[in-house]
Design a protein. Structure first.
Length: 133
C-alpha cells in the first residue's frame, strides 16, 4: 500500500495513522454510538468550495432535514467574485432521534442566485455498529 501511495504523491513522507471525519468531501457522514444518557448529539464539519463559473456568482444554502435533526450552515450565502475563488463554510448537525439504528438523511443544496447551477450534498446520520465480544 505504501508503494501505491508513493507512486501518487512521490514521497514516503506521509502518515495515514490518524483518520479524519472532516475530509473536504461533498458528502457528510455522521456516526454515533447509541447512549441512552444523551438527549442529542452535535457534529461540526468545515468545507471549502471553489467557484467554477466565469465571473461573480452568489449561492444560498437550503437544507431539508428530518424532524429529529437540526442543521445550520454558516454562512448560508456564499458570494464569489471570480472563477476559481475559494470560500469556506461550516455545517453543524444536531441529532436528537433514531435510537433504533435507522439511518436518516439530510439534504444540503447550494442554489445559485440566478438558478443556473445547484450543488447538492447528502448528510447521512446513522448509529455506529459496535460488536461486543
Amino acid at each position: 500500500m505504501r508503494d501505491q501511495i508513493f507512486a501518487v504523491v512521490g514521497s514516503f513522507g506521509f502518515d495515514c495513522g490518524n483518520s479524519s471525519s472532516d475530509l473536504n468531501y461533498p458528502s457528510f457522514m455522521v456516526l454515533y454510538k447509541l447512549d441512552d444518557r444523551v438527549d442529542s448529539l452535535i457534529w461540526e464539519f468545515n468545507r471549502r468550495v471553489r467557484n467554477v463559473v466565469h465571473g461573480a456568482s452568489r449561492y444560498k444554502a437550503f437544507v431539508t432535514a428530518p424532524k429529529d435533526s437540526n442543521v445550520t450552515v454558516s454562512p448560508n450565502i456564499l458570494e464569489f467574485n471570480h472563477k476559481n475563488e475559494e470560500q469556506a463554510y461550516t455545517v453543524i448537525v444536531t441529532h436528537a432521534g433514531a435510537k433504533n439504528g435507522t439511518v436518516t438523511f439530510v439534504h444540503l443544496t447550494w442554489v445559485q442566485e440566478n438558478g443556473n447551477h445547484t450543488v447538492s450534498s447528502l448528510i447521512a446520520v446513522s448509529q455506529k455498529n459496535y460488536r461486543s465480544g
